[in-house]
Design a protein around this ligand. Sequence first.
Ligand SMILES: Nc1ncnc2c1ncn2[C@@H]1O[C@H](COP(=O)(O)OP(=O)(O)OP(=O)(O)O)[C@@H](O)[C@H]1O
Ligand SMILES: [Mg+2]
Length: 271
Amino acid sequence: MPPRVDGSDRPLLAVRGLTKRFGGFAAVNEVSFEIAQGEILGLIGPNGSGKSTTFSLIAGLHKATAGEVLFDGQRIGNLPPHAICRRGIGRTFQIPRPFRKMSILENARLAAYYGGSTRVTRDEATRHACEALELVGLPTDPHASVERLGAAGLKRLEMARALATRPRLLLADESLGGLDEAEVDQAAAMLKRIRDERGITILWVEHIMGVLMKVIDRCLVLDHGELIAQGSPAQIAHDPRVIEVYLGTDAQEVQRDTQARAGVAALPAAS
Ligand SMILES: Nc1ncnc2c1ncn2[C@@H]1O[C@H](COP(=O)(O)OP(=O)(O)OP(=O)(O)O)[C@@H](O)[C@H]1O
Ligand SMILES: [Mg+2]
């Protein structure tokens, strides 16, 4: 666990024994982890391993079958989604669903009304929306239309909507394909800026490992709803179980990336 930037010992988020069953099927099974204030934590795993369900449990869209979620030391598992958002947890959805008839600014402004612990005026909501749009590089022009946004633009709007709610913890579900590596690289730089400039703690789901590993402090790995590993990017890249269930033939590339990041010369490829 990296040093806590606020100097306190308390994790910003603590998840304990979190379980979600759909009928007899455990989509998330006794998952426990913590996120320190100011950390960027990666969440990876094969399709259907429970990443988005974990997000929905934290954000209150699903009620847990068992286990608990503590945000800043307080249990939030019994709260509805809007109350959790007001406490300071923002999320993006894997599939963006903006209000297409509204402008980009109106979409972000609506989110600004929804979040935050106190009611905001229209001017304040507009200011929060514009700040969020500037942070993600989208136009604040009131006439700029959602219709013109491509896949990468819609992802940015999704991020701006989450940021406009003024979160302390951002759950970024970016695992949908459709972005090329350069666009994902830009998204990674944006998340790093969001953490570095705004101090927002981030839990990030992303399938493109090389990009993810460059930015995150630590990583969690899910498989069939179970947490099978957690650690630094280098630890995860060398974990035999993670290689078996997730990295496969990408393992050597990811290992080289994490070694380069750590300033260590890459090992020769295994034969
Ligand atoms: N509402 C639901 N009812 C029944 N099963 C569900 C429901 N939501 C998710 N599941 C199942 O739970 C499992 C985990 O799904 P989840 O969406 O969390 O996976 P994921 O790790 O986000 O996958 P991906 O990488 O494809 O986004 C999957 O088998 C999925 O079919
Ligand atoms: Mg998902």
